[in-house]
Design a protein around this ligand. Structure first.
Ligand SMILES: Nc1ncnc2c1ncn2[C@@H]1O[C@H](COP(=O)(O)OP(=O)(O)OP(=O)(O)O)[C@@H](O)[C@H]1O
Ligand SMILES: [Mg+2]
Length: 214
């Protein structure tokens, strides 16, 4: 049986970048000729809307509820899928917890700034309940400049002792343009700065997941 990569995007804070990152990562894994699914646990259905815009219907996006996750993981394993990416809604302990429990790697996007950084306290508590702190990483997202990313990283380490993904994502209009087109930034324009960031993030993710405790 193949070793499936299960990644969940989790943050209690609305608008931190969960759906943007889920779709960017799923699209990039597909570009790397890997097969899998994006599970949309958010009743708002943003990831599903991204999929509706895609000409290429792979990877599939399945709207689902938290209690369906273990069954979906089992079927994905049987089908020898390469990846499952799980997008979660904000402010939902039950969905976040269920996703964290099945994930190999948890990515918690946070924008630089007090609101997103403060919300990590709650996100960290949820990850701790799922006993997944060792395989969770904060992804600094939508940083307006490099100094803001560095400052946020230092504040998060000092306050929460959480691991930080070494690939911060800058604030770039290409993220929303790609999303609207139903693409990952790396599919939308592989030579763009946003495309390069996403490729680097996914390369890091694939490497990191090999060390994740199952
Ligand atoms: N790196 C970025 N650069 C520019 N805009 C971004 C970036 N990341 C996200 N955005 C924009 O921020 C908004 C919120 O992002 P997104 O929908 O991914 O957040 P979310 O965490 O999924 O929100 P929710 O909690 O409501 O589901 C979107 O309009 C998206 O285009
Ligand atoms: Mg979302």
């Amino acid at each position: 049986m193949k070793n499936i990569l299960i990644v969940c995007l989790l943050s209690n804070k609305g608008g931190s970048g969960k759906t943007t990152l889920s779709t960017a990562i799923a699209g990039e894994l597909h570009r790397r000729k890997l097969s899998g699914l994006l599970i949309d646990l958010d009743p708002q259905g943003s990831a599903s809307r991204w999929h509706q815009q895609r000409d290429d219907k792979e990877p599939g996006v399945i709207p689902a509820q938290a209690h369906q996750l273990p069954g979906i993981v089992e079927r994905a394993n049987e089908a020898e899928a390469d990846f499952l990416i799980i997008d979660t809604p904000p402010h939902s302990d039950s969905a976040s917890l269920a996703a964290a429990r099945v994930a190999d790697v948890i990515l918690a996007p946070a924008r630089p700034g007090l609101a997103d950084v403060a919300a990590l306290e709650f996100t960290k508590d949820l990850i701790a309940i799922a006993k997944k702190l060792d395989s969770s990483y904060v992804v600094i997202n939508a940083a307006p400049h490099a100094a803001a990313a560095t400052e946020a990283k230092q504040a998060i380490i000092a306050s929460y002792h959480m691991d930080i993904c070494p690939v911060p994502l800058a604030q770039r209009i290409a993220y929303s343009h790609a999303f609207t087109a139903g693409l990952s930034p790396s599919e939308y324009d592989p030579s763009s700065k946003a495309g390069a960031e996403v490729k680097k993030l996914v390369t890091w993710l694939q490497k990191t997941s090999k060390h994740a405790v199952k």
